[in-house]
Design a protein around this ligand. Structure first.
Ligand code: SF4
Ligand code: FES
Length: 139
């Protein structure tokens, strides 16, 4: 699966979303429904929220599908130190830190990722919610 981010431009930050990484944990739509609304197009409007709040919500996106770039001189996201990886209750491997993840197209640099722990994902090494995690997969 191609890891192609789509960028949503705002005044104080740009937000990018990579559909192939999203595990539909809904942290974004629960965290800030005005900015993230899947029933609207575009579904992300960064300027609908305060940039600090939007940054906090994006930092909770477990898959790294959401990223942001501040344009208002405020600091960007920092990685968790030390990096930590471990299973959640759904069997997914949740990783946070300064990560370099090899995949079929190259290497992804990210601070957040949800990796496949069951071996059945069609988007290895990322979880695609195809198997054990289908029912109860969450953050
Ligand atoms: S994985 Fe990230 S982008 Fe996907 S629904 Fe969850 S919080 Fe939103
Ligand atoms: S853990 Fe989700 S597809 Fe393997």
């Amino acid at each position: 699966m191609k890891l192609v981010p789509k960028v949503y431009t705002g005044e104080s930050m740009d937000v990018s979303f990579t559909p192939a990484l999203c595990i539909h944990a809904a942290e974004c739509v629960k965290g800030h429904p005005e900015v993230f609304d899947t029933k609207r197009r575009p579904w992300i409007i960064p300027d609908e929220g305060a940039a600090d709040t939007v940054a906090d919500v994006i930092a909770r996106c477990p898959s790294g599908a959401l990223q942001y770039l501040r344009k208002d001189q405020r600091p960007n996201e920092l990685p968790d130190v030390p990096a930590v990886i471990g299973p959640n209750s759904s069997g997914q491997l949740v990783a946070r830190g300064d990560l370099r993840i090899r995949h079929e197209e190259g290497e992804l640099k990210t601070y957040r990722a949800t990796l496949c722990g069951c071996g059945h994902s069609h988007n290895q090494p990322f979880c695609d919610k195809s198997s054990i995690c289908k029912e109860g997969g969450n953050n």
